[in-house]
Ligand binder design. Structure first.
Ligand code: SF4
Length: 468
């Protein structure tokens, strides 16, 4: 929970507390922190756990960096020139170093740059990658003792995961649970195995216990997270990923379970069977293909071919439920030809994705692909990206039309007062904007049955209907 420090101190200090009590109050709230987070959902959820840990250690989160004693920067290395952006931001922190504040850089760029961060930004006291977050309480204690140059960088080969019951959940309706950390896939373009370390799974019982706690707190939707959830390997050897999905989906009070991200190499048919069998599992699979060309997939070290991928898609299409499929695409990977691009475009059409996140390739430090000549000029990459986006838009325009007249359950996420619409999300993760006849708008987090009256390439429009 974010609170302004002044709003907390003032009532305390103005109270009739004795001076020594007032001093204690001020002393305790002097352990304040501000956190800035970049990156993927894994990073955002890591921050929720870091915040929970700090709060458990007696820190108070503030929303203004000027009020913080400790400033944490949770970094992401996926963006182009990520490290330059981090050092630029750290440079902005520099002006605050005379105010007695402490600075911590955590996350993927922290792991990637390591102690170079101390050299370039000597006012930073703590640098930690995500594999060391479980040691955060000890690192904080050393920080409070006045130590500088504290590192958490040597845990990438650990078998342990960052488990904590202290999670400051920022989404009021969707609870995130990490089931697997790290990655062993080593795709040629990706820095994650080097920053987040080797794959390690949480015990199924621990995941289910967290799901029960979340449900008890009133959450109705759970998203299971991991860089590659499909290679989940229960250390207690009790459950496969599909069985874990079904178990989480059976927790009383849970209405929706999502999971991300899947790797085609490890995607098994029993996941589709579980979605068919357990209604609370959302009918949506995000299965990043990256390219439709087997040659490019090989160069990317994705460990599957176009045909292998399409076989998994055929399982999903053969399901009893209409399972929505989405994907990630990289265009302009070194060596990609016009024919490779066409293979990607035809794959989009063959699959019929409901959404695609397409990016231009750019090299990342410390990845195998960085040694390949980045041979495709940027203007060609831009043009290729445009081809993919346009082809995909046409696919979505047609595919969203299948929902016209359909009645579906929508979770309310907000209200668009200007348009007089309620906004929400379907089980397939599609945005649905709808009208209600009730004068009282439905609360966020509640569910409504909606009849679809109009379709667009990226959203659906409808009206709430009563169910008898
Ligand atoms: S599966 Fe590949 S792209 Fe995904 S995190 Fe692992 S190495 Fe990166």
């Amino acid at each position: 929970m974010w609170r302004s420090l002044t709003s907390i101190i003032r009532p305390c200090v103005e109270s009739s507390a004795a001076p020594e009590q007032q001093r204690d109050i001020l002393k305790s709230v002097s352990k304040t922190f501000y956190i800035e987070t970049f990156g993927c959902q894994m990073n955002a959820h890591d921050s929720e756990k870091v915040i929970g840990t700090l709060e458990h250690e007696g820190y108070l989160r503030v929303e203004d960096e000027a009020e913080a004693g400790l400033i944490l920067y949770n970094t992401c290395s996926i963006r182009d020139k990520a490290e330059q952006k981090v050092f630029h931001r750290l440079n902005e922190y520099k002006r605050m170093q005379g105010e007695g504040k402490k600075f911590a850089v955590i996350g993927c760029v922290a792991q990637q740059e390591g102690t170079r961060i101390f050299d370039k930004a000597p006012y930073v006291s703590l640098v930690s990658g995500s594999a060391s977050y479980r040691n955060l309480p000890q690192m904080l204690a050393r920080l409070e003792a006045g130590e500088n140059r504290i590192t958490g960088l040597d845990d990438r080969q650990t078998d342990e995961t960052f488990e904590t019951e202290f999670v400051a959940r920022t989404n009021p309706h969707r609870g995130y649970i990490t089931i697997i950390e790290g990655c062993d896939k080593f795709c040629a373009y990706c820095v994650v195995p080097y920053t987040r370390g080797k794959e390690r799974s949480r015990a199924a019982n621990s995941v289910i216990d967290e799901a029960i706690r979340i449900a008890d707190q009133g959450f109705t939707e759970i998203q299971l997270l991991g860089q590659n959830v499909n290679s989940y390997n229960d250390p207690s050897a009790k459950m496969t990923f599909a069985e874990l999905l079904a178990a989480v989906g059976s927790v009383p009070g849970i209405k929706r379970v999502r999971f991300t991200t899947s790797h085609p190499r490890d995607f098994t048919k029993d996941i589709v069977d579980a979605i068919d069998a357990v209604p609370t599992l959302c009918d949506h699979v995000h299965l990043p293909v990256q390219s439709g060309s087997t040659a490019v997939l090989k160069a990317m070290n994705r460990e599957y071919t176009r045909d292998w991928y399409l076989e998994r898609i055929s399982w999903i299409k053969a399901a009893k439920r209409d399972i929505s499929m989405t994907s990630d695409i990289i265009v302009g990977f070194p060596g990609e030809t016009e024919q490779d691009l066409e293979d990607t475009a035809t794959l989009l059409e063959e699959v019929g994705y409901d959404q695609v996140f397409a990016f231009k390739y750019s090299p990342r430090p410390n990845t195998p692909a960085v040694t390949l000549a980045d041979s495709i000029p940027d203007e060609v990459k831009v043009a290729r990206l445009q081809v993919i986006l346009e082809r995909q838009r046409a696919i979505q325009k047609a595919s969203y039309q299948r929902h016209l007249g359909e009645v579906m359950e929508v979770m309310v996420e907000g209200h668009n007062h200007q348009r007089g619409q309620v906004t929400g999300r379907s089980s397939q993760n599609k945005t649905v904007n709808f009208t209600v006849t009730d004068p009282i708008l439905p609360a966020t987090g509640s569910y409504r049955t909606v009849k679809i009256t109009q379709t667009f390439p990226n959203s659906l429009v409808g009206e709430a209907v009563r169910v008898n």
